[in-house]
Design a protein around this ligand. Structure first.
Ligand code: SF4
Length: 282
């Protein structure tokens, strides 16, 4: 089963899609709150295809609930694993690892984010009898984390076996601008991480790659480790730092994956400078 297949379309669903996930080590059921494929970042390694016209965003929370219910049923009944490409999933990965707010843009830009979190929790409780209680994960680029209703939604997530996984792909303003290509200032991103990590322990997800065949400069990796250290010194709680590289075709051809040794070097630096636990995946 290729990890390279992360299609956000499944059957006739508009919002809910299963994927075999490297980070989750099993099936992750994604909820795409950005079917219009609009994002407030423009990461050079982004895998979302934005070359065709997509109508403006409409999010139907009730429809998300019914698609989620059907998709969870497919996973738990095992019927998912008779449908290509999931029929190639190795036996040890044929389980539901989590339900993730992720997709083709930044989930927290959806103004009714609190309500959709409530609906997902409700559906998960309804189907608990046969599905256990999979984790709920918010994958975020941090840009919406300072909004009060997003913080309320995050509080709700953490009360219901939820977690926040936060993107941090740089240590300096310059490198952040090269990689993330957003109008949002790096200092605001760091501020939002601290605000959230002071309330709840978060996972940091960092995607490092070669750009024009050049690995991330050592100075940049040191700066990145220092940013992690500052988050902790400001009272932020980090439970894990995940270091990874691209597995699917990126937005820009100049971006290519790091090797396992190159990723491990970064992880060792994080451990040396911050003493935080790390995980590397290709
Ligand atoms: S934040 Fe995510 S969806 Fe947005 S451009 Fe970056 S990788 Fe793509």
């Amino acid at each position: 089963m290729p990890y390279a297949n992360h299609s956000r379309t499944f059957a006739d669903n508009k919002y809910v899609y299963p994927v075999l996930s490297r980070r989750s080590k099993g099936i992750s059921v994604g909820i795409n709150l950005n079917p219009d494929r609009v994002c407030n970042f423009d990461c050079i390694y982004c895998q979302v295809d934005r070359t065709s016209y997509i109508p403006p965003r409409e999010v139907d929370i009730k429809l998300i609930g019914s698609e989620l219910r059907e998709t969870l049923d497919l996973v738990h009944s095992g019927r998912l694993f008779s449908i290509p490409p999931f029929d190639k999933t190795p036996p040890e990965l044929r389980h539901l690892s989590d339900i993730a707010f992720s997709g083709d843009g930044e989930p927290t830009t959806f103004l009714d984010f609190y309500d959709v979190v409530k609906e997902v929790i409700r559906v998960r409780q309804d189907v608990r009898a046969f599905s256990g209680e999979p984790r709920l994960i918010l994958l975020t680029n941090t840009s919406g984390l300072s909004r009060p209703w997003v913080q309320d939604a995050i509080d709700l997530l953490y009360k219901h076996n939820g977690e926040v996984w936060i993107k941090l792909d740089a240590g300096s303003d310059e490198y952040f601008k090269v990689v993330s290509r957003t109008h949002i200032a790096f200092r605001d991103i760091l501020h939002n991480i601290i605000v959230t990590a002071k309330r709840h322990p978060v996972t940091i997800q960092s995607c490092f790659n070669k750009i024009d065949n050049i690995i991330p400069p050592h100075d940049e990796i040191t700066a990145y480790c220092n940013r992690l250290k500052e988050i902790r010194e400001n009272g932020g709680m980090i439970r894990l730092v995940q270091i990874y590289t691209i597995a699917r075709p990126p937005a820009e051809d100049c971006v290519t994956p790091l090797t396992k040794d190159e990723l491990t070097f970064i992880a060792e630096k994080v451990k040396e400078i911050t003493h935080l636990p790390t995980e590397v995946f290709l």
